[in-house]
Design a protein around this ligand. Structure first.
Ligand code: DX5
Ligand code: ZN
Length: 230
């Protein structure tokens, strides 16, 4: 099945001094989800934002907030992010001893559950998880920082996971995160992605540019029953 491509701006590239306004601006500019990157300085070599900031931005949008947890251990913090207003939570298998249990716990909290694969993690990791997830996130950079370059070897992994998802017959989002720009977005979409995370490429140029940036990342929208115009 083909679904419209969704854009999830990563607020890691927003102006943190006026985060509420930035969230409202990307919402108005056409963002489908708000991507919220949580980093602990331990699982990844950078520290970002936590449940307090999530709670503070929650009233600024009604769009789904997509929480990408780059923290270890992760299980102890799931309740706090659910309470703060997360709609989706995605977790790395390397961030805890029992990824299957973690996925069940996220679903039990009423959130969509996703598994994230680092560039070095094989698609095979999903073999016994795919039936339990709502989304799969393929990292096209090593997690920790915005503004890195897209790792093209991940396109093959996206293709493999697309086949895996189609075999299940379930609606599972296939999301790609890292180095997505006007040039790499069409490659990720062609490989089978249907949700693109973009930090640098969304926020470049300031609020006046957000709508155009998001539209250009999304690319031409296919008319129902037809193919997209060039
Ligand atoms: C990296 C984060 C990404 C990052 C993407 O660890 O998970 O979401 O913010 O930033 P860009 O789009 O700049 O690569
Ligand atoms: Zn992310």
């Amino acid at each position: 099945m083909t679904r419209p491509v969704l854009i999830a701006p990563s607020i890691l590239s927003a102006d943190f001094a006026r985060l509420g306004g930035e969230v409202r601006a990307i919402d108005a500019a056409g963002a489908d989800w708000i991507h919220f990157d949580v980093m602990d300085g331990h699982f990844v070599p950078n520290i970002s934002i936590g449940p307090g900031v999530l709670k503070a931005i929650r009233p600024h949008t009604t769009k789904p907030i997509d929480v990408h947890l780059m923290i270890s251990p992760v299980d102890a913090y799931l309740d706090a992010f659910a309470e703060a207003g997360a709609d989706h939570m995605t977790v790395h298998p390397e961030a805890g001893p029992h990824i299957h249990r973690t996925v069940q716990r996220i679903a039990g909290l009423g959130c969509k559950a996703g598994v994230v694969l680092n560039p070095g993690t094989p698609a095979k990791m999903l073999d016994y998880l795919i039936d339990d997830v709502d989304l799969v996130l393929v990292m096209s950079v090593n997690p920790g920082f915005g503004g890195q370059s897209f790792i093209t070897s991940q396109l093959r992994k996206i293709e493999a996971i697309r086949r895996m998802i189609d075999k299940t017959g379930r609606d599972i989002w296939l999301q790609v995160d890292g180095g997505i720009d006007f040039a790499t977005a069409p490659q990720a979409i062609a490989a089978g992605a249907d949700v693109l995370v973009a930090g640098t490429a969304t926020f470049r140029g300031g609020p006046g540019a957000y709508a155009d940036n998001i539209a250009r990342i999304r690319g031409p929208v296919a008319p129902a029953g037809g193919t997209a115009a060039a």
